[in-house]
Write a protein that binds this ligand. Structure first.
Ligand SMILES: [Zn+2]
Length: 419
């Protein structure tokens, strides 16, 4: 249980009734005489340190405690504010450059490597290093559309797995968390929320209301006759990708009555850039294929995709990037261990990266999968990565061991998650 110390009071993280007035007061006091709220996750285990400082953000009238930028590793691995150190995730490369946090107003500014507007009459975007998510564009100063999707998954808490949430995740919850993740984010001078469309869960009893809400949103960006027009950002699950009369069309789950056109050129690039993701979707049972895409809307109301990135996830909506990754996720989930899935953001596949971080060991344990395709360079980089990491490490080399090595032992000081 996460607890905070706010203005001399100790409060449980879930005790909203006590939390809100204290946070409201702390929010007003910040910048004057107020001391910052502190997370107590490290207390009670011999620690005399005051605990990591937090700040108060106000989102839609609700006060929320957030960790200070760069302090994720100061929290205990099982604290909800814990964040693995940057070296184990692709986030490390873009935090502070493409993603900047300002504790002052609580907003996060995102620099996007793709456009949210489009010149009229352009049939399809051209492939550039800035827009191709699997290209060698890894300087970290701009987010590819895939990196933005990874960021929303991380921010929405969807990469954090606790055995207690097993079987509970569905599209409604995913949608809620993605929208929540977008709330205090600013990109291209506008609130990300204003540009984001995440389909509502299909509901036969309310299908006309849902369709009307969607039509009203799409109408806001329907192309004017001249001048650049706005694009919307879609996060949705792919149902089918199929030929259309001109080019292709993508049908997303929950919006079966509204296919999105996929121009021929974009379809070709999609298959080139995301061939592995598409193959995993095809081959691995119960895979959700999540897409992040920008799209324009024609004056007649027809949506046409402009950029698209794909991310396969397990049936519990945890992203994975190979069959081995999926095997590890299945094993660790079946063992009822809490973990954080790490994602690549802008990073290319040939770079070693932890697959996930196990949270019930202290320090947390980064789990790596050796990559035979990119050996021996991958192996060398992996050795360096592990040597520099502050986390414990665990490695599985599927080419030499078909079975996984035993999972890291739980720390005895950690409470077992309720079965
Ligand atoms: Zn904490």
């Amino acid at each position: 249980m996460t607890r905070y110390r706010i203005d001399g009071h100790t409060v449980d993280a879930d005790d909203e009734e006590r939390l809100q007035p204290l946070l409201a007061h702390a929010h007003r006091a910040t910048g004057s005489t107020g001391t910052r709220p502190v997370c107590l996750c490290r207390n009670g285990r011999g620690s005399i340190a005051p605990g990591p400082a937090m700040y108060v953000a106000r989102i839609n009238g609700i006060y929320i405690l957030k960790r200070m930028p760069g302090t994720g590793t100061e929290h205990a691995p099982q604290c909800r504010s814990y964040d693995p150190p940057p070296e184990v995730s692709g986030a490390g490369e873009v935090l502070g450059s493409a993603i900047t946090l300002s504790p002052g107003d609580g907003a996060t500014r995102l620099t996007l490597g793709f456009s949210l507007t489009r010149a009229p009459g352009r049939a399809a975007p051209t492939a550039t290093a800035d827009t191709d998510p699997t290209s060698a564009h890894t300087d970290g100063t701009k987010l590819t559309i895939r990196a933005l999707l990874h960021f929303l998954w991380d921010e929405g808490g969807l990469t954090r797995w606790d055995p207690a949430v097993a079987g509970r995740r569905n599209w409604s919850l995913i949608r809620r968390d993605v929208l929540h993740a977008a709330q205090d984010k600013v990109a291209k001078g506008q609130s990300l929320t204003d540009a984001l469309y995440v389909p509502e869960s299909f509901d036969l009893d309310h299908k006309y209301e849902i369709a009307a809400r969607r039509a009203s949103l799409l109408r806001q960006v329907a192309a004017p006759s001249k001048g650049r027009h706005k694009l919307l950002l879609l996060v949705a699950e792919v149902k089918t990708i199929a030929p259309a009369r001109f080019g292709y069309k993508v049908v997303f789950k929950h919006v079966p009555d509204c296919p999105f056109l996929l121009p021929e050129d974009l379809h070709r690039r999609l298959h080139k850039a995301f061939d592995i993701e598409l193959a995993l979707w095809e081959a691995v049972e119960h895979t959700h294929l999540v897409a992040a895409a920008t799209f324009a809307v024609s004056p007649a109301g027809i949506p046409t995709l402009d950029q698209i990135a794909l991310m396969p996830t397990t049936d519990a909506w945890i992203p994975f990037e190979s069959v081995f990754d999926k095997t590890l996720l299945d094993t660790i989930t079946a063992a009822r261990r809490p973990f954080r899935k790490t994602l690549r953001y802008n990073m290319t596949r040939d770079k070693p990266l932890a697959s996930l971080v196990v949270l019930d060991t202290d320090p947390a344990t980064a789990c790596y999968i050796a990559d035979a395709d990119h050996a021996p360079a991958h192996e060398r980089e992996l050795v360096d990565l592990i040597a520099d990491s502050s986390l414990a490490s665990w490695i599985w080399n599927p080419t030499t061991a078909s079975a996984l090595p035993p999972l890291p032992d739980r720390s005895t000081s950690m409470e077992r998650s309720p079965a």
